[in-house]
Every structure is written in C-alpha cells, then in structure tokens.
Design a protein around this ligand. Structure first.
Ligand code: NCD
Length: 321
C-alpha cells in the first residue's frame, strides 16, 4: 500500500519530493487512460476557483476536474469580485473560507500569493499560478505529457526557450524535470534570462537552435508582456529570428522530438504557426488534456489529505473561522 499523500495544499513543486510528484503523476496517468472518469471523491466538497488574472485552459480544466470529481464549484474572478473594491486577497480568501470552501484554487499576479493565502485559511490551497513564481500543475501536466508520449521522463533532454525571467511555467518545470531525472537546456535573450539562472542547474544557450540540439522535447514560452515594464528586445522580428521555434530549429533536435507550449500562444512570435499545427510533433493540445487529468489527481489527493470540514484539520494549527 502506498503511503498517504500528506499535502493538504499544493503550492509549488519544490514542496514535493520525487515520490509525491510520482504519486500525482501515477494517479493522473490512470485518470487520463480511463478518459477522466466521473467520480465521487469530492462529493459534498466545495471548490472555489479564485482567478485574479486572465486564464482559459487552467481555469476551465480546474473547473472541469472538480466537477468530474463531484464537487460544488464556484468561480470567482477579478471583475465583479470584492478585490475590485479594494478588498485584500487575504480577506477575500477568508470570506471563501467562512463559506466552508474545502479547496481554493488560486491564480494571482502576485508571487507568493498562494503561500500567504494558505497560511490564512483552513481550506486547501492549490496554486494555479502566482506571478512569476510557480505553476505546479502546469509542470505536472507537462511531465504527464512527456510520460504519455515518451514512456518516461528520466534521462530525457528538454529545451525551454523564451521568457525565462518572468515565467512561472519555466521555474516549476525546471524543478520537476530535474527531480524526475531529465536534463534541461535553456535559451533566452539576455534581457529575459533570470538573474539567478546559474542556480537553475540548466545549460544556457545562445539561441533556440543551440538549445534544441539533440533534445527529446522543446518547450517554447510566451513573452510575459504583462510583467514587463519596457521593451526587452529591439523588435519582434529580431526576437523571432533567434528564439522562434520553427521547423528549422527542430531539425537540430532528435528526430520526432516533441513541440510543447503551455499556451496561450502568440503565433509567429515564439512559435511558427505551421509547427504548432503539425500534430506529428506538436503536443500542445495533449498538454491541455493532460491538465485535466493532473488537476483531477491533485484535487483528489489534497482533498483526501485535508479530510474536509467534517474531519479534524490535517494541519492542526488551523482554526475554523
Ligand atoms: C501560462 C501561465 O499562465 O503561466 N499559461 C498557462 O497556465 N497555461 C503561460 C503564459 O501565460 O504564458
């Protein structure tokens, strides 16, 4: 029998060890194989989707995942929420807690928001992206996509190209890929390389083609314009020349190497449209369906660890409001 999953919240990949990450991936893979079966694991539980930044796939897949597991799902977004009236995020989260929310799925523009909310509430918190900090379910769904397409993550060589400085997707992916035994290569314009890139443990390359060399998968990222205060490269044309993922770039990778993008895509900027649409190699849509499986698995496991409002809090310190 496997040990119980002990995390009542999922805030970052760094909070997991390899066995725990694999536990989520095993469960997600089973759900994916069974075509996301409807279940009862979250019956009588309330999931609040608190999305304070734009999102299509993450938000829709969390909502769908919670519904498939039988939860009551309530969507709260920035427009129309009391945060627009100046209420603090913590007060908004406390309100959802007072309504006996079992899980708060949080997307916020502020790095550290998920940790802060988790400290303040009794509910489980699942980080659906906090500023440039972390996006754990994205990294897990990318790993699931690699597992499903390549049968393993261990020993794979993966390139990540684009706006690494402002990307929570890149940060979470690098941690998880390393944890699972993959090698990571990166490329970005100097203005979009994080200051602490040395500590990432990834090899840094001058352009997309150099990073893609001999890779099993190449992931390209959107330039996070919402987090930029000014121009970071001379022109889109110049950016595309060095960093766009194209067929020519992919000829440097292993034959049949996978093309990945977390979405939303800016076609013609970080990815060539014909490559994005080439279903022989592009797994972009599969990443989205992997997301449903991963989010079902995460919700199931954290809800089980938390025990629900009818059970003593798994985390001891939290009092009911
Ligand atoms: C990413 C995000 O929001 O961090 N998208 C996603 O969750 N699928 C990447 C992005 O916005 O570029």
């Amino acid at each position: 029998m496997t040990d119980a999953f002990r995390h009542a919240s999922l805030l970052s990949i760094a909070a997991l060890n390899r066995l725990e990450a694999e536990r989520i991936l095993d469960r997600a893979q089973a759900l994916w194989r069974d075509d996301f079966p409807r279940g009862e694991a979250l019956r009588d539980r309330v999931v609040f989707n608190l999305f304070l930044e734009p999102s299509t796939r993450t938000r829709a897949s969390f909502e769908m995942a919670a519904k498939r597991l039988g939860a009551d799902v309530i969507n709260v977004s920035d427009s129309g929420a009391s945060t627009e009236k100046g209420e603090s995020l913590i007060d908004t989260a406390a309100t959802l807690d007072a309504l006996r929310g079992d899980v708060i799925v949080l997307r916020s523009a502020a790095a550290g928001a998920a940790v802060a909310v988790d400290r303040a509430v009794r509910a489980s918190v699942v980080n659906a992206g906090d500023g440039a900090h972390a996006h754990p379910t994205q990294a897990l769904l990318d790993a699931l996509t690699l597992l499903n397409r390549r049968g393993r993550v261990e020993g794979l060589r993966v390139a990540i190209i684009g706006d690494l400085a402002h990307s929570r997707v890149a940060r979470s992916n690098v941690v998880l890929l390393h944890m699972l035994g993959a090698q990571v290569r990166v490329a970005a314009p100097p203005t979009l390389l994080p200051r602490d890139i040395e500590s990432w443990g990834a090899s840094v390359h001058a352009d997309a083609a150099a990073a893609a060399a001999d890779c099993d998968a190449v992931m390209t990222l959107r330039v996070q314009t919402e987090r930029l205060s000014g121009p970071v490269f001379p022109s889109v044309r110049e950016y595309a020349h060095f960093f766009q993922l194209t067929r020519a770039v992919m000829t440097r990778a292993k034959p049949g190497a996978l093309v990945m993008h977390p979405g939303p895509m800016n076609r013609g900027v970080e990815i060539a449209p014909d490559l994005a649409d080439d279903l022989e190699v592009s797994v972009i849509s599969q990443q989205v369906s992997s997301g449903l499986a991963v989010r079902m698995a995460v919700l199931e496991l954290v809800a089980e660890a938390a025990g629900g409002w009818d059970h003593p809090p798994a985390r001891g310190s939290r009092a009911r409001p």
